[in-house]
Write a protein that binds this ligand. Structure first.
Ligand code: HEC
Length: 136
């Protein structure tokens, strides 16, 4: 009986130890990307700011928000979404020229950044990609 009790204690201890190890292994694993910061801790140094750019949501979101005003209806001669003949001569210039026009504008009608001043160059490129997808 005495031996049995000892054994139970030993098994109990072993499982506590291994549960601890497992937990710290899990914490280690999920720590890899950034520090884990539990509510109540002083996390100021560890907390990461997740940058939400205009591009969040993809090219369509940027297009809807910033480009659609002109490009849905062809305002001031803007090539319309899904209008193949309007886009063909532009595509012939090459994709880089189109990205360039989106970023720096194309006088007189196309304003720099399509007036989306919080858009990064990549956001604008993804918006152009979305416009070009519409004519595929
Ligand atoms: C104020 C109206 C307006 C807005 C807003 C606008 N565009 Fe334009 N866009 C134009 C006009 C007008 C043209 C045609 C310019 C020309 O050929 O003279 C044009 C042309 C373009 C072209 C073709 C450029 C080329 O080299 O042929 C691209 C690409 C383009 N716009 C992307 C965008 C994107 C992306 C946005 C939104 C982020 C946007 N535009 C917002 C008016 C606008």
């Amino acid at each position: 009986m005495y031996k049995f009790v000892l054994m139970l204690i030993a098994v109990g201890l072993a499982s506590i130890v291994s549960a601890d190890t497992i937990e710290s292994e899990i914490v280690d694993r999920i720590k890899k990307v950034g520090e884990v910061c539990v509510e109540g801790d002083d996390c100021s140094a560890a907390s990461a700011t997740v940058a939400v750019t205009e591009g969040a949501g993809g090219g369509e979101a940027t297009y809807r928000k910033s480009c659609a005003t002109c490009h849905d209806i062809g305002l001031a001669g803007a090539p319309k979404l899904a209008d193949i003949p309007a886009w063909e001569p532009r595509i012939a210039k090459g994709i880089d020229a189109l990205y360039e026009a989106a970023i720096n504008g194309l006088p007189p009608g196309m304003p720099a950044k399509g007036m989306c001043f919080t858009c990064s160059d990549d956001d604008l490129k993804v918006a152009v990609d979305y416009m070009l997808d519409s004519i595929k």
